[in-house]
Design a protein around this ligand. Structure first.
Ligand code: IMP
Length: 191
């Protein structure tokens, strides 16, 4: 069975393939012959944005498609990241997590959680299913580690002392918000 993921991100493709296993062949937007322009993420929730991406790519490709939308929720900065996490600041991932660390300087309450929403969309009958995963943790005081992407160097998952970027993808992929949502998706698909 082939499944399209509505992303150009090779890291996400690898992570999703690893979790879904060999029964499913995961393709991303670079693996198909059709050009799928990125839609505007105009939704106000993770689910709306994931559905926009999954529908758009699924209807253009006629393939069963999954899309994910995720974000980091920081308790001391309510509403500042969340669904807008990727747009929290200009520049690179490092610029954004540096901005976050500055905003958190002097703040002792560092609780945060990563949220992942995955939507599975079937263009044949236009149905969709939603799967949610969360990983609670806290914001580090300085960036640590070189693995992963995004805010990984500043996020310490609950139960660990190291950041996601220090723990590495193998550990991260067993505990992350996306892994939890993907496990639910996998369960649904093998039913
Ligand atoms: P997107 O929904 O994949 O575009 O992610 C939204 C934002 O959350 C981006 O800034 C990502 O870098 C960040 N993000 C999502 N998942 C992770 C993760 O597993 N580690 C670090 N950052 C993440």
């Amino acid at each position: 069975m082939k499944i399209l993921i509505a992303t150009h991100n090779a890291g996400k493709k690898k992570e999703i393939q690893q979790i879904l296993g060999g029964a499913v062949e995961v393709l991303n937007l670079d693996d198909i012959a059709i050009v799928v322009p990125e839609p505007e993420e105009t939704g106000s929730t993770y689910e709306e944005n994931a559905l926009i991406k999954a529908r758009h790519a699924g209807d253009l490709s006629s393939l069963i498609t999954i899309a994910d939308d995720s974000g980091l929720e920081v308790e001391a900065l309510p509403g500042e990241l969340g669904v807008k996490t990727a747009r929290y600041g200009p520049g690179s991932d490092a610029d954004r997590y540096t901005k976050l660390l500055r905003a958190m300087s002097g703040i002792a309450q560092r609780k945060a959680k990563f949220v992942s929403c995955i939507v599975l969309y079937d263009p044949k009958d236009k149905t969709s299913h939603t799967f949610l995963g969360e990983m609670p943790g806290s914001i580090a005081h300085e960036p640590r580690g070189t693995n992963g992407f995004g805010y990984d160097p500043v996020f310490i998952p609950e139960g660990y002392d190291q950041t996601f970027a220090e723990l590495g993808t193998e550990v991260k992929n067993t505990i992350s918000h996306r892994a939890k949502a993907l496990e639910k998706l996998k369960e649904f698909m093998v039913k």
